[in-house]
Design a protein around this ligand. Structure first.
Ligand code: ATP
Ligand code: MG
Length: 411
């Protein structure tokens, strides 16, 4: 894409109404637009990042047999009544203009909805197990929506639901999801810690969160320095400095961001919505389920919190909106345009800064702010050597590469 065609503009100053680094950088770069507290629009650059994250999530969900689907955001009251979750605090109610009472909640989770849907199709042990997921907007009336993308009142979530004939089968799948989650976060450049946690509005059982260490995190966890066993402070009896019960290592307290949460749900939802199957011996049993969430915006915000410097973002290549930013300095536009076309022909993801009204300094500053992994500069000086400058974001030094060898960039 040519930067001259991008309607968004970068900003030099951080927005006054944003306290968190992720929101400041993402707004300055024109990745997101804040419509309201906890309500953001994803602009073209930001949407490319979200799409990259969504693609990674899809690949890992599909690899463990997840089937993608899509459910309504308007969730009928009867679903939530069936489990007593209509009156939870986070819910936004929705009603027609001339109606007195809300008939819907804006979906903040979908256990009830999917359980009813699958009950139309599942009757025998032969129909199990299976898992389905969606990537969809969730709505939660968050009282503390002030951490930028980390806590939205409306946010994209990947929610996976799995259905099993036994607790053992469920546990096997739970471990598979655990592996898939670690891979997702790792592919996004994040080290995540598998953390024992509470069940919130979902279950009376313990659940597991995936926590990324970060000072801005709203969570506090205790983590073993040696074996990495971790517990959320909310439920933990550990304290800073005690010895780990598993391995004897030292436990330390850390601030962290919950990027994912997986829930063993047992038969809570299948009993409430009467989802039964007939087992091999002809007995009727309730289906055992789990649910598994990841917030895409929170994930993007977490990457921004971890990967930046004073000049802007430093996207890991896997989630960067573009891999290359190509900068044409004065009197080298023609050569730069040719290089741009060649890169496009090779399907390279390149943002071409062809703006005529910007100085070299402004272009360099924008390339840094946007955090594009590889910067290519074509100038009269480099053209003397029939070359371009190649520099990685976050590194100081650059190298010269012959333009005719541009394809070595693509491997
Ligand atoms: P928190 O404790 O941070 O409020 P939660 O435990 O209520 O989150 P879950 O229901 O576990 O959230 O949601 C699954 C995932 O969705 C979370 O792990 C997180 O990645 C994401 N998520 C939850 N709430 C939000 C939110 N308000 N904004 C952005 N992402 C969210
Ligand atoms: Mg959670």
């Amino acid at each position: 894409m040519k930067l001259s065609q991008l309607f968004t503009k970068t900003e030099r100053e951080a927005p006054k109404n944003e306290a968190s680094v992720n929101a400041q950088l993402l707004e300055r770069g024109g990745f997101v637009y804040k419509n309201n507290s906890g309500i953001y629009s994803y602009l073209p650059l930001g949407w490319r990042v979200i799409s990259k994250i969504a693609q990674i999530i899809r690949e890992e969900m599909n690899a463990i047999g997840g089937l993608e689907m899509f459910m309504p955001a308007l969730v009928d009251k009867r679903y939530m009544d069936s489990t007593g979750r209509w009156d939870v605090e986070v819910a936004f109610e929705a009603k027609g203009k001339n109606e007195d009472e809300a008939r819907f909640t804006l979906g903040w989770t979908h256990e009830e909805v999917i359980t009813e849907i699958v009950s139309k199709y599942i009757s025998s042990y032969k129909d199990l197990p299976f898992a389905a997921y969606q990537i969809q907007t969730k709505f939660r009336n968050e009282p503390r929506a002030k951490s930028g993308l980390l806590r939205g009142r409306e946010f994209l979530m990947k929610d996976l639901y799995s259905f099993h004939s036994s607790e053992e089968d469920f546990l096997r799948y739970y471990e598979k999801v655990r592996g898939a989650y670690h891979r997702i976060f790792e592919r996004c450049g994040l080290k995540s810690f598998y953390t024992l946690a509470a069940g919130g509005d979902f279950t009376a059982n313990n659940t597991h969160e995936f926590q990324v260490l970060a000072p801005v995190g709203e969570d506090t966890i205790f983590i073993c320095s040696k074996c990495e066993y971790a517990e959320n402070k909310e439920i933990s009896s550990l304290t800073n400095g005690v010895l780990c019960l598993k391995c004897g290592g030292e436990v330390r307290e850390e601030k962290s961001i919950e990027v994912g949460n997986i829930f063993p749900l047992g038969t809570k939802y299948t009993e409430a919505l009467n989802l039964q199957f007939t087992d091999e011996t002809g007995n009727k049993k309730f289906v055992v389920t789990g649910s598994y969430g990841i917030g895409l915006g929170r994930l993007m915000g977490t990457v921004a919190e971890i990967y930046h410097d004073k000049n802007g973002l430093i996207w890991p290549e896997s989630v960067a909106p573009y891999k290359f930013v190509l900068i044409a300095l004065e009197h080298s536009r023609e050569e730069a345009e040719k290089l741009y076309q060649k890169l496009l022909e090779q399907k390279a993801e390149v943002l071409y800064d062809d703006r005529e009204d910007k100085t070299a300094g402004e272009k360099f500053a924008d390339a840094d702010l946007l955090g594009i992994p590889v910067r290519l500069v074509v100038s009269p000086k480099t053209l003397k050597e029939k070359s371009m400058e190649v520099k990685r974001r976050g590194q100081k030094s650059f190298e010269l590469l012959k333009i005719k060898n541009f394809d070595t960039l693509l491997t």
